[in-house]
Design a binder for this molecule. Structure first.
Ligand code: AP5
Length: 229
């Protein structure tokens, strides 16, 4: 099962990837987390990606495609994967399709979490993330049980540099220019399902799971048994 989560910065992709990954027992690959890990470890990829991310721009396709393709080869992905934040350009979507086709696989669902533009900046400015497991919280909409501490692993919570207002606004501009066409790409390939992301977190999770799991076949109406007195 190969699932893609699409949506604007702040739409809830990371939040939902963790929740549905846990429920369905699927590994999550978040391109933003992989890039931040590389920056933290001072790798050559991290050094190149850092400046783009600081400005809220996309990291060049070649770097991101190689990074995600390498991660997709790991044995833990064999059962299925949820991709969060990748693909984000038409070039990345085509590269992913070619890579999967070579392994006789394909994208099963592209789930588009649709959120009104006004909600996005509010969500980004109030977001706190765990340094250790990357779970995402919000000071108003999804607070941790203890301020500053992750419910999931007890790690320390921090705010991302690129959630500062001017960088977040640029991320949204870049999303509408370069990532929005990817939604149409999956619509044309009949794998797109749109989910209303302006609901409570659990309701979004329920809608996403319903879009992933096969629907039970409709039962025929019960036979009417006539009795004769
Ligand atoms: P990345 O880390 O992928 O960030 P993003 O796509 O901008 O997405 P976010 O993580 O900001 O938002 P989200 O949708 O995951 O929201 P979340 O669940 O946290 O990318 C960062 C950078 O890396 C990019 O700018 C780029 O430079 C680079 N990059 C990454 N991938 C790349 C690629 N493929 N190609 C090139 N460059 C790449 O939720 C947000 C907040 O809202 C949280 O506080 C949460 O608690 C709250 N929330 C969630 N759901 C709800 C709800 N239903 N109601 C109320 N609040 C909610």
């Amino acid at each position: 099962m190969i699932i893609i989560l699409l949506g604007a910065p702040g739409a809830g992709k990371g939040t939902q990837a963790d929740l549905i990954g846990e429920r369905l027992g699927l590994v999550t690959i978040a391109s933003g987390n992989l890039l931040r890990e590389n920056i933290g470890n001072g790798t050559p990829l991290g050094l190149r990606a850092d400046a783009y991310m600081q400005r809220g721009e996309l990291v060049p396709d070649g770097l991101v495609i190689d990074m995600v393709t390498a991660r997709l080869k790991a044995p833990d992905v064999a059962r299925g994967v949820i991709l969060d934040g990748f693909p984000r350009t038409l070039g990345q979507a085509q590269a992913l399709d070619a890579n999967l086709a070579a392994q006789h696989k394909q994208v099963d669902r592209a789930l588009y979490i649709k959120v009104t533009d006004e909600a996005l900046l509010d969500r980004l400015s109030g977001r706190w993330i765990c340094r250790n497991c990357q779970w995402s919280y919000h000071e108003k909409f999804n607070p941790p049980r203890v301020a500053g501490v992750c419910d999931n692993c007890g790690g320390e919570l921090y705010q991302r540099d690129d959630d500062r207002r001017e960088v977040a606004e640029n991320r949204l501009r870049v999303y509408f220019d370069l990532t929005f066409p990817v939604i149409d790409y999956y619509r044309e390939h009949d794998s797109l399902v749109e989910v209303d992301g302006d609901q409570e977190i659990e309701d979004v999770t329920r809608a996403l799971i319903a879009a992933i799991e096969p629907q039970p076949a409709r039962l025929a109406p019960p036979l009417k048994i006539e009795t004769y007195a």
